[in-house]
Design a protein around this ligand. Structure first.
Ligand code: BGC
Ligand code: BGC
Length: 645
């Protein structure tokens, strides 16, 4: 063993020894976690039905039921032969590997898998397969869908009520493709903005995340008390990732969250608690460790806390090969994850060998029959609650194939409202609002770039390789400005480089410079801790300075998945707007920047920071509640036209 490897193993062992697990003495008892009541409750009729199904299922059927594969690693015939319980399309995975897959193509695939799962030939028990997709800001793998602002922008909007509507609209668009399950909401409380998934987090504040989680779950699934649980156009929700994903050291994706149990609960579990209280039927286990122990193998967290204490009676879905990170496990073999409480294992590619190994492990007693039955029971309970056993083919669902619902004007209007409400005005020396009937220069590399607006988890996994042509029906920031200005008799000119005709008759009255981060998603979006939050892109700064020198007032619009250190840009601009990753409806920005032709404000700024803005390019980003809290702009900051704006 090499020196390094030895040291690493030693550290792992030490971490396990000192970690707060059951019996470690340092563990807070699970009783210290809140008791939550699911609004669904255990229905004796459903349980009796599950008993009957379980009694008929073979070992192969049960092991298949707890296995989830990726649509490109499996055929309908395999689904039938191996009795597969779950499927997913990963980020940037579409039917026929066609990014432009049409709605009929999605439905043909969903039907084929569904039909195979209930094909009676050679099968004793017909249980429809369930398909999950990362609809994390709208139905984002599908061309033409409404793309809502990523969660960080929604958090700034401070409007939990709108979250319910966003959940409803998202579920409807997902339903069009015959899919019944969204891997959303992400209820991470990101505490280190160097994490590449910060934008999937509503806030660094658990209370805000808790309020949002409740509402979006009700929107996605419906709710028993409202009599619309799993009604027309509703889908199963997933609270992810349980627990501590936003707390890893230095914001390392899939890293280690080192905290005592009281802090883990207080900071990172809040959204799970309210999501479960709202009836979320699935919870995704997290990739990260807690005090050195990988959560996919942590029975205390997944079973004692989540199921026994928080009362979660749906099923735990593993994350993408997350089980393979448990010591002693492989992608193709992980009794420890099943035993810890993961009910459905996401083993996207190597499902076949996983099934073989898991069956042997049950036969050998490495996984008990009781644990396997419990996992299957939970999966069946969710499938029955969601109506899957009665619903019929995906294409027969009430909204399936209703192409007009994808990117429906009502959904786009909702997204545009969300954009308006998410904008946080960080600086305004009086230039805003702008009168629209003027000559406006629009500059910056992100001005006319829908890929920059939509970020990661958009058509592709990392949000790269997209162009404006991939977003039919969407509006870039520039297009929104152009339309607002033209409607008032002004002109907007686009020049990414910020060039303009300086002759007195043509020189712009004001310039809007749109810049920001290049799209990224999990893992690849992590920032090196040495570089910190420095933007490392001087293009916009150069434009802002050049325009200032020419006495042209500037408005900076910053598109990003997290606060970055952009103090030089803020200083150089006359007004500065944090616009986050607004999604497909870029016109929401012009709605707020421009007054009406008579100078009356159409929409004010109402967004408030849900993340603290850093005063320094390096070091751990500030969080509300830090003892030495010294942000550039504090949590909750946001100017308005009325006050200081
Ligand atoms: C992510 C999950 C996602 C899953 C499926 C994982 O890498 O962590 O959030 O749901 O992939 O795409
Ligand atoms: C998939 C994602 C997944 C990731 C995990 C990608 O290839 O498209 O959905 O989350 O792998 O590493």
């Amino acid at each position: 063993m090499s020196h390094r490897l030895f040291l690493r193993s030693l550290l792992t062992v030490l971490a396990i020894l000192i970690s707060a697990g059951p019996g470690s003495g340092r563990a807070m008892a699970a009783e210290a976690w809140p008791k939550v009541a699911s609004p669904y409750g255990i229905d004796p009729k459903t349980e009796a039905r599950i008993d009957a199904l379980l009694a008929r299922m073979t070992l192969a059927e049960k092991v298949g039921q707890i296995t989830m594969a990726e649509i490109h690693s499996i055929s309908p015939n395999d689904v039938k032969r191996f009795h597969i319980g779950g499927l997913l399309n990963g980020g940037g995975s579409w039917p026929n590997k066609n990014r432009k897959a049409t709605i009929p193509e999605w439905l043909v695939m969903a039907n084929a898998f569904h039909d195979a799962s209930i094909d009676p030939r050679g099968k004793r028990t017909a249980i429809p397969v369930i398909w999950g997709t990362d609809a994390v800001h709208g139905h984002n793998n599908v061309i033409g869908a409404t793309l809502f602002p990523h969660n960080i922008g929604l958090g700034a909007m401070r409007n939990p009520g709108l979250m319910r509507d966003i959940g409803i609209a998202t579920a409807r668009e997902v339903s069009v493709t015959g899919i019944g399950w969204a891997f959303a909401p992400t209820v991470a409380v990101a505490r280190d903005d160097r994490w590449g998934r910060t934008y999937e987090s509503y806030s660094e504040d658990p209370a805000l995340v808790a309020d949002y989680a409740r509402e979006i779950v009700v929107g996605l699934q419906g709710h028993p008390a409202l009599d619309d649980a799993f009604g027309v156009g509703r889908v199963i929700a997933t609270a992810k990732h349980f627990v501590g994903d936003g707390g890893t050291l230095k914001g390392d994706d899939q890293g280690d969250t080192v905290l005592d149990e009281a802090k883990l609960k207080a900071l990172h579990a809040a959204g799970h608690v309210t999501a479960i209280g709202a009836g979320a039927q699935t919870v995704m286990a997290t990739f990260n460790s807690w005090n050195g122990v990988k959560t996919h193998g942590n029975k205390y967290l997944l079973t004692d806390v989540l199921k026994d204490r928080l009362g979660f009676d749906g099923f735990v879905i593993g994350d993408w090969d997350g089980h393979a990170q448990v010591p002693g496990c492989l992608k193709v073999s992980c009794p420890a994850a099943v035993n810890a409480g993961v009910d459905m294992i996401m083993v996207p590619i190597d499902w076949r060998e996983f099934i073989r190994n898991t069956s042997i492990q049950v036969k050998k007693g490495e996984i008990s029959q009781a644990r396997l039955d419990d996992a299957v029971r939970r999966i069946l309970r969710v499938k029955i609650r969601a109506g899957l056993l009665e619903r019929g083919r995906p294409s027969q669902q009430p909204l399936a194939g209703k192409t007009q619902l994808l990117g429906h004007p009502d959904h786009r209007a909702l997204a545009r409202q969300a954009v308006r409400e998410s904008l946080v005005l960080l600086k305004n020396n009086g230039i805003l609002p702008l009168a629209p009937g003027k000559k406006i220069l629009v500059a910056g590399h992100a001005a006319d770039s829908i890929p920059h607006q939509t970020g990661g988890w958009t058509i592709t996994w990392q949000g790269r390789d997209n162009t404006n042509a991939d977003f039919p029906g969407a509006t870039s920031v520039f297009a929104g400005i152009r339309d607002a200005v033209a409607a008032a008799g002004g002109t907007a000119i686009l020049s990414e480089a910020g060039n303009y005709d300086a002759s007195p008759a043509a020189s712009p009255d004001a310039a809007i410079v749109v810049f920001g981060e290049t799209p990224y998603a999990e893992f690849e979006g992590d920032l090196e801790s040495e570089r910190g939050l420095d933007l490392d892109d001087e293009r916009a700064l150069e434009i802002l300075k050049r325009l200032k020198a020419a006495n042209i007032p500037t408005i900076a619009v910053f598109l990003s998945g997290r606060p970055r250190w952009v103090t030089p840009e803020i200083d150089a601009a006359d007004a500065f707007i944090a616009a986050w990753l607004p999604g497909s409806e870029g016109a929401g920005i012009a709605d707020v920047i421009f007054s009406d032709p008579a100078g009356k404000i159409r929409h004010g700024f109402s967004g408030k920071l849900s993340f603290s803005w850093p005063a320094s390019p390096v070091g751990p980003p500030p969080n509300i509640g830090d003892p030495d809290y010294a942000p550039l702009f504090p949590f909750g900051f946001g100017l308005t036209y009325g006050k200081g704006g």
